[in-house]
Design a binder for this molecule. Structure first.
Ligand code: SF4
Length: 353
């Protein structure tokens, strides 16, 4: 898979975060009272950074972006623009990454296939498991297979069940080229580990590193500015530990997503591309169709990740993993209808929605 990565001054210079902070601000990072912008690089968190540059909110000490290496080219381009703007206003943009999320899924799936092949041939299993922190991948027919581990979301997401009677009439493709939806007995998802592993924890570790500590402590709490707007206030969360304080500047200002777009326009900025992993299972069909139109090569690479995970990844007993909620191969899904993004279910504002 072609490598995708954020390229910013921080990544280019090869300095430690503390050295970079000193270079940009001329000071040492604070040992307490650190305020960071938890940057998802989508509309809301970017607007927080820009409002800080315009003096409309207090400047955070730094912006931190955790790169799952699966963002769109447009988001990576926007990051380089935002990097320059923040830099001019003395806000260092620090990029951290624990590696490629799609790369980890593929490695895990390949190792799992090899392990099963070895088992099938009656050989000793010598292939190591490769653990991945998966997104909430969709899986089907779990009850029949007796798999207890994946979280059942029946009821919560009943729209995902495709009743057999409707399936034949409602495929939606005027040309009749697509496959009919599968008949699904029970549809579920794997637990969602990606956000914590690829976003939340790397950002928190980077904040602690800036201060020079390994562990968070309520004696020196870190404030995280999170990009959540009034129309999605349900995503606000109280941190589990008193070592972290969540701050919601856009909520404090009574701003909705539409207000953020209007703010950008008023200040002469172009619209900010939507940010989230290219293969995020929460994406709407519209968003996936946009990805396919804007960057067919990247969309095909995502389809290949979807193909690779089909038979499972490490730790999954379930067969049939899918990136798309229809539980069909992504490249076969008819994307020109619309459905809602599922980010509203549980996103803490760090996935750039
Ligand atoms: S955008 Fe989606 S796949 Fe990426 S880290 Fe967030 S929830 Fe996971």
């Amino acid at each position: 898979m072609k490598e995708r990565k954020a390229v910013t001054w921080f990544t280019e210079l090869g300095l430690s975060s503390v050295e970079f902070y000193r270079l940009v601000t001329g000071e040492d990072p604070p040992k307490s009272g650190l305020q960071i912008l938890s940057l998802g690089a989508g509309l809301q968190s970017s607007v927080i950074g820009l409002m800080a540059c315009h003096g409309e909110i207090e400047k955070p000490h730094a912006a931190i972006f955790a790169d799952p290496q699966w963002e769109s080219a447009a988001t990576y381009e926007w990051l380089t623009v935002l990097d320059e703007i923040l830099l001019k206003h003395g806000i260092p943009l620090i990029v951290v990454s624990i590696g490629s999320l799609p790369g980890a899924l593929v490695s895990s799936a390949r190792a799992e296939r090899e392990r099963r092949a070895q088992e099938g041939r009656g050989e000793d299993v010598t292939t190591e498991r490769v653990w991945a922190a998966p997104p909430p991948l969709y899986t089907v027919s779990l009850r029949e297979r007796g798999c207890k581990w994946p979280k059942q979301i029946e009821g919560q997401l009943t729209l995902l069940d495709v009743p057999a009677a409707d399936a034949a009439d409602d495929s939606g493709d005027p040309n009749g080229k697509i496959r009919k939806p599968m008949m699904i007995d029970v549809l579920g998802t794997l637990g969602r580990n990606c956000t914590r592993t690829y976003k939340i924890e790397p950002i928190q570790r980077a904040a602690l590193q800036l201060m020079g500590f390994k562990r968070a402590s309520p004696r020196r709490p870190v404030t995280q500015l999170l990009g959540i707007t009034t129309d999605e206030a349900g995503r606000m969360r109280k941190p589990k530990s008193k070592a972290w304080i969540n701050s919601y500047p856009l909520i404090d200002k009574g701003m909705s997503r539409g207000d953020c777009a209007a703010w950008l326009d008023h200040h002469g900025y172009k619209p900010i591309p939507k940010s989230s992993c290219l293969g995020c299972p929460f994406k709407s069909n519209r968003s996936l169709a946009e990805d396919r139109r804007e960057d067919p090569e990247a969309f095909e690479a995502t389809c290949q990740v979807d193909d690779e995970i089909r038979e499972g990844i490490a730790g999954t007993k379930a067969q049939g993993l899918y990136l798309h909620r229809s539980a069909r191969p992504l490249r076969d899904v008819y994307l020109d209808d619309n459905n809602e993004s599922l980010f509203d279910i549980d996103c803490q504002g760090v996935c750039g929605v």
